[in-house]
Write a protein that binds this ligand. Structure first.
Ligand SMILES: [Zn+2]
Length: 167
């Protein structure tokens, strides 16, 4: 997704698409201002949560009925990805987790995000927060990766568990 801001956040003049250097950029129409909207990807942490031997996939209230996914979230200012992913697991599932491994980072062009995925082993009793309305417990041997950034993370993680399954 290309975020199309209409106005310059620095001087409030309209932004335009212009060729700069080697690429088209969204820039301020006021040349003296010089603002360039880089549209850098947003980092998003994702947890493959292992709880009592199963992987927890959760359903967000705003998603279509059959979509279940990893626990994900944005980082807070100055927060490390490891702390952020554990905070998200605690906020969304009410589980205390521990980062077992970094799985990888994955580009998610449709959302202009960079997914930073971890294997988190968690314990406690699952209580969903208000963002989620359902979850599934899936044994790793039955987990089927899906074709998206977080699904690639699941496929990589499964491969490391000796389970080969393509998204
Ligand atoms: Zn400007």
């Amino acid at each position: 997704m290309t975020t199309h801001f209409q106005f310059c956040p620095r001087c409030a003049q309209p932004l335009i698409d212009a060729h700069r250097g080697d690429a088209w950029r969204r820039v301020c129409s006021q040349e003296a201002c010089g603002y360039i909207h880089w549209n850098n990807p947003t980092p998003v942490v994702a947890a493959i949560v292992e709880h009592e031997g199963a992987v927890i996939l959760a359903h967000n209230r705003s998603w279509p009925g059959h979509w279940y996914g990893l626990i994900t979230g944005f980082l807070e200012r100055d927060e490390s990805p490891e702390s952020g992913v554990l905070r998200e697991v605690e906020e969304e599932l009410a589980l205390r987790g521990e980062v077992r491994a970094f799985v990888g980072h994955y580009t998610f062009p449709a959302m202009n995000q960079l997914i930073i995925a971890y294997h988190v082993v968690a314990e406690g009793t699952i209580t969903l927060n208000e963002e989620l309305d359902d979850y599934k417990r899936i044994p790793p041997a039955k987990l089927q990766p899906w074709p998206a950034a977080t699904g690639e993370a699941v496929a990589d993680w499964l491969r490391r568990q000796g389970i080969r399954r393509e998204p």
